[in-house]
Design a binder for this molecule. Structure first.
Ligand code: C2E
Ligand code: MG
Ligand code: MG
Length: 628
């Protein structure tokens, strides 16, 4: 378009200049015939040229001559045009009088001047003017060619708007209207550059909604979308106008804070977001509560470029999740190490499942009065080829997140059933085996169906199995389908005759009404209350309350983690019936457990040798052997 305008402008200028010269020649005596024809041709070209052309006296700013197209296009007669100052006929953005003249003089077909042409009927047209200096006798004048670009401008404006709209669509999230990941990819490097130039601090906050998947699963995607919209609005409203809030996708958001004065300022902002999202949201007439985990990385402290800042804020966000969600964490280099470890664990865990590195050990649960083994707890073990035994605490949550907990859980179940059958075949008096089942496993697998199939296959009564669920797995407030899934699963287990135990009791959402409703068989008091039972008065109060409450509800109580005689004696006095801990036996492989299953009181003087060297007391002491 520009090239065309240039050629067109140059041509117009040439012909127009020639025509303008002829204005002068008209006043001279007639030339020879061919010259006359030549002059007439050019005069005709000037007269009939389709676009506006003027001869302008720059000193007086008056139009000396104008072609008929000028008369047509402006709506003024030739006389009127001559009487009009140039500045009345044309206006330019921010140009008046001398400035307008100066710019007109400088304009040429390569760089035409953009002007508004004010027509006699009051309308305005967009035009481009280019200019050529002419000498008329002793007078220096300007030949001005004017080209109407109104239509072109309209098209250009339209295209620009379209482009901006497309740009907006590409860089914004349809659902929430917030800038999206693409936008961040352009904006964040720019913001980092700016911070570098200004020597200032920039904060990247990585937000991930807690358990958003549950909302989607239980209430459907439409509700999930509405919730995300509200979240987006709340986060946006919490931040300063100059902060950028981006939806990365799913339930992930990123906030960029520029010119951060102190970490305190970032902490406050993150705290405000946490608070804003905590307040209940009404979606489709129902109240939903969502929380968010936030990880923060600062430029330049935690990363030099976009990749590093996003990675580290994401790592810190995972740390926030690990710390119980609904909080924020500033990145620290130690976190990165943990994340790498986590990724390494996840990938080698996949191989562990296939290459028989997983094993199950058993720890007895003992009747405090009779010293008989009343049950065995199956505890998962991972014998890593390089790292030795890895404890479940380090990999169960990773297995849950990586979707490996279901096949791992099935493996434990199958192994426990097979081991029980083997003990029975070896002539042992078998006792119920307790299996730990995580919340994710309870919801995602049909555990009752698996137990039913496996017990049938091996000729074992399902009542020989006990499922240990943590309080959070069963009682945690869940919505709709997720809660129903847990309830159904527990219900089906009960129907099969499987016993239900609540593990690590006291650490979670303890509630009497829940215990009643779920018809729990056993409570296992968490080790943290048992450890200091003898010295800590509040632990003593909690444990005695749990025992009293359980007796009232007809629920059995097992105290976990008994390492010393004084604890055992205290528990006996409080009326606790069962105990489990290093004092009796450490978890051991199946083959070593046969001796515990004789049916007679356990000879606790012969403790089972602990193969699992990672079973330390925590205090550095070796557990005492029990004397009868
Ligand atoms: P838990 O179910 O509460 O198991 C008891 C834990 O306490 C076991 O740790 C056991 O080795 C340890 N322990 C027992 N007596 C003592 C003691 O006297 N002193 C000390 N310091 N510790 C004692 P372990 O085997 O590392 O298991 C940790 C947790 O991992 C278990 O806690 C359970 O929640 C989970 N877990 C274990 N096996 C499985 C499994 O097959 N599936 C799932 N989902 N989780 C499992
Ligand atoms: Mg357990
Ligand atoms: Mg426990």
């Amino acid at each position: 378009m520009t090239q065309l305008a240039f050629v067109f402008g140059a041509l117009a200028g040439l012909i127009f200049a020639l025509g303008a010269v002829l204005l002068v020649k008209r006043l001279r005596p007639a030339a020879p015939g061919w010259v006359k024809n030549y002059d007439e041709a050019h005069l005709a070209a000037f007269e009939q040229w389709p676009t506006t052309a003027f001869v302008l006296d720059p000193a007086s700013e008056r139009i000396l001559a104008a072609n008929p197209a000028a008369v047509r296009n402006t709506g003024y007669s030739l006389q009127e045009l001559r009487a009009l100052p140039f500045g009345k006929l044309f206006a330019g953005e921010g140009m008046e009088g001398q400035e307008l003249m100066r710019r007109v003089r400088e304009a040429n077909s390569r760089a035409p001047l953009e002007l508004r042409q004010c027509c006699s009927d009051g309308t305005q047209r967009s035009v481009e003017a280019s200019c050529y200096p002419l000498t008329l006798g002793a007078q220096s004048v300007l030949a001005v060619a004017v080209h109407d670009v109104t239509v072109r401008r309209k098209v250009e404006t339209h295209l620009l708007e379209k482009h901006q709209e497309l740009d907006r669509l590409a860089h914004h999230d349809q659902l929430t209207g917030l800038p999206n990941r693409l936008y961040l990819q352009v904006h964040l490097p720019e913001a980092i550059e700016e911070a570098k130039r200004k020597n200032s601090v920039l904060a990247v906050l990585f937000l991930d909604l807690d358990r958003f998947k549950h909302v989607n699963d239980s209430r459907g995607h439409e509700t999930g979308d509405k919730l995300l919209k509200t979240v987006a609005q709340r986060v946006r409203a919490t931040m300063r106008a100059e902060d950028v809030v981006v939806r990365m996708g799913g339930d992930e958001f990123v906030v960029i804070m520029k010119g951060v004065g102190s970490t305190e300022q970032v902490n406050e902002a993150a705290g405000r977001i946490n608070n804003a999202l905590c307040a209940p949201m009404v979606v489709d007439g129902r109240t939903l509560v969502t929380t968010v985990s936030i990880g923060v990385a600062l430029y330049p402290r935690d990363g030099a470029d976009m990749g590093e800042l996003l990675r580290h804020s994401d790592t810190a966000m995972y740390q926030a999740k690990d710390r119980g969600r609904n909080n924020f964490q500033l990145f620290s280099p130690g976190m990165d190490k943990r994340l790498k470890e986590r990724i390494a664990i996840e990938s080698s865990l996949r191989t562990a499942l296939q290459s028989r590195q997983l094993d199950v050990h058993y720890q007895p649960i003992v009747d405090i009065e009779t010293h008989r083994v009343v049950a065995l707890e199956a505890l998962l073990r991972w014998k890593h080829p390089n790292h030795g035994y890895v404890r479940p605490e380090r990999f169960v949550s990773i297995a849950e997140e990586a979707g490996l907990i279901v096949p791992i859980g099935d493996f434990v179940l199958q192994r426990a059933i097979e081991d029980t059958v083997r003990w029975r075949q070896a002539g042992a008096t078998i006792v119920p085996v307790a299996i730990n089942v995580s919340a994710v496993q309870l919801q995602r697998s049909n555990i009752a169906e698996t137990i039913s199939r496996l017990t049938k296959q091996h000729g074992l009564d399902p009542s020989m199995l006990q499922v240990e669920l943590t309080e959070s797995a069963v009682f945690e407030r869940r919505e709709g389908r997720a809660r129903e899934a847990s309830q159904d699963a527990v219900g089906r287990l009960r129907e099969l005759g499987v016993h239900i135990a609540i593990d690590d009791f006291g650490t979670g959402y303890s509630s009497l009404s829940y215990l009643k409703r779920w018809r729990v068989d056993t409570l296992k008091i968490d080790r943290s209350f048992v450890r200091d039972l003898v010295t800590d008065m509040s632990d003593l109060a909690i444990v005695s309350a749990i025992i009293a409450m359980a007796r009232h509800l007809n629920i059995k109580v097992v105290a976990e983690g008994i390492e010393g005689w004084p604890q055992l004696e205290k528990l006996r006095q409080l009326g606790c019936c069962y105990a489990q801990g290093y004092l009796f036996a450490r978890p051991a492989p199946a083959a070593d457990c046969v001796r515990l299953l004789s049916g007679s009181p356990v000879d606790l003087t012969q403790r089972i040798p602990a193969l699992d060297m990672l079973e330390s007391t925590g205090s550095g002491e070796q557990p005492q052997a029990i004397r009868a």
